[in-house]
Design a protein around this ligand. Sequence first.
Ligand code: AMP
Length: 305
Amino acid sequence: MPKRKILVAGTLAFDSLETPHGKKEKIIGGSGNHFAIAASIFTKLEMSAIIGTDFPKEHLGFLNKRGIGTSNVATVPGKTFHWKARYHGAMNEAETLDTELNVLLEYDPVMDATAKKCEILFLANLHPAKQEKAIKETPNAKLRILDTMNYWIETALDELKEVLKKIDILIINEHEARNITKQTNIIVALHEIMKLGPKTVIIKRGEYGSFVYREGEKFFYVPAYPVTKVIDPTGAGDTFAGGFTGYLATCKNMNSFNEIKKAMLYGTVTASYMVEGFGHDSIAVTKLSDVKKRYKELLSMLTIK
Ligand code: AMP
């Protein structure tokens, strides 16, 4: 089985979170952090990010021990990116209270030779202009996957549309899909997004699961894994993408729609562990055997014998 290395460009952050289960001040988070921890269950990674001098260096050591290289993580004077959010009710969507970009404004994704060798590029939540620069830096990447969020859709839509022309797979949630296209019907929104560039689009629907559509292929729908203990959904999207991309990195043919379908299930069950604790507490102790166990359970929920 191949084990391709993934390069992730994303945020390392401090998150201040409030859910019906409690409050946490300035815990470690970020789209790059959550994605990489989840994907490292499957394969090795390189990370490109920026942090301020207030970020605990031991955390980079923790990432390194999981097989996540941090030679492309820049430390600069100033404060690390800080995100404040609150979740209500069924916790399907975060209410962003504040986004302090801080040193993220200075982030310039220049990649070293190790990063340039990675066959898969994952563009986690970031300003689309920085995502575009990461693409330019990695001409050898065979597969490019992108995630984004409302913050960037609302502040940099033209740049986002530019970068969508250059990626293979887009992973977004239904609110983001509606926000990009201004369409309420999710299937109409999907087809409008396909016209913007990506040949494969995944739309996540929180507790209702997700679906994937590929040009010229059929739809594939996956329910959410039935979790009862949702403590903090932060990073559910990033870890879905981590499980999805991590599994694909181990496939002989990353382009096969059948493997994409399996990757959807791996993404779903990987995210199901993430939501069971605050920050990365629970995903950091999740093993491949745990993921495989829930994969089998989820598959049996989809199959009639
Ligand atoms: P998710 O819950 O998967 O959508 O991702 C939540 C993570 O994304 C948190 O750990 C945040 O630090 C990070 N995040 C929040 N807003 C942004 C943003 N505008 N750009 C990049 N990362 C963000």
